[in-house]
Write a protein that binds this ligand. Sequence first.
Ligand code: GDP
Length: 417
Amino acid sequence: NGAVRVNMTNVDSPLQIFVRAKKKINDIFIEIDDYVKDAVTFMHAVSGENKIATPQDVANIEAYVSKVQAIREVLKRDHMKVAFFGRTSNGKSTVINAMLHDKILPSGIGHTTNCFLQVEGSDTDEAFLRTEGSEEKLNVQSVSQLGHALCASRLQERALVHVHWPRELCALLRDDVVLVDSPGVDVTPNLDEWIDRYCLDADVFVLVANAESTLMVTEKNFFHKVSTKISQPNIFILNNRWDASASEPEYLDQVRTQHANRCVDFLSRELRVCTPKEAEERIFFISAKEALLTRMREREKPVSSPILADGHQVRYFEFVDFERKFEECISKSAVRTKFAQHSRRGKNIAADVMAALDQVYNKASDMKSSKVEKQRVLHEQLSAVEEQLTAITRQMKDKIGRMVESVEHKVSLTLSQ
Ligand code: GDP
């Protein structure tokens, strides 16, 4: 299918923070798994003839095997999630495509998506679509097919469509980033429902704004809702279509400062999700269209419109800068939110199993000392009996001795008469 397979192993990428943490925590859970299984074997051994562990003790420990298994399953699927929002046609799909280095999502006029699209890695070589709640895989080979499939399936606004794309083709997908494209915030009244369904577990939100206009009330409202449901959401603002500024270079700085100030104000003062200084690091002026074109060319994919406006390199660097800061933010946030609870649960399981083993150990030593005690009591009783016996024997001896003496005496008396 003409796919260009690229070697994108980037050990310096901040995404590796997540990738390495995931590997580590997976390894730890393999150890916990072994430990729990050993404990089960031990419990079975001590529940046999000697009955140190009760069937309940064995069942309690066995329950941890499936618990650990369930956590390992969740861990395998854990990923970093970024959700893109903004008004229709601001360039959300184009931003996602540029980040994926390929035209994966359909974009442009006539391709307004009215459902949520979640792009994620596929472990096979194939690209396919799957609608939430259905197991049916719809194969897609090209973007036009994807656009067609999306239209044909008459998706509802509330639906979530999974787009599985070969991991080997995109660095972000390979490193377990999942990207969610949304219908424009201007076309739906169901903001609350969206957030609840698709965004509560997002590590990063990207607002794709239009640098040719100011932030709209609908865009602002959406993030007001997000920040009431999620504490301190990580929000980036991309002022897209910044290539338009090339036609009016004399106003460039002025317009940029004005936009930047408004965005800083929105994030720090209105939403209060970060300080003004932090907000400055979250705002970028880019051209997704140019970034995508540049990347398509790098991968020697056929592209049209070869002429890029003045300053495209600066805008491209800013896009790359955004990606780096985004990667750092998303991997740290995902490690904190996803792995912190797993490691807490892992610790608890290890502690519980340890406590159960301790209990069995204590019971065994109690049983041992009670046997010793029984023996001691028996021993004392025996000694007492022995003493009594000795005393009785002595008395008997004396008695018999005296009897013999008296008999002898009587006999001798009789004889002498
Ligand atoms: P979405 O509805 O937010 O997903 O927007 P799209 O990604 O579909 O983009 C809408 C249109 O804007 C498409 O024709 C894109 O080619 C165009 N577009 C996207 N980004 C840029 C940009 O940075 N500069 C310019 N000039 N056009 C852009």
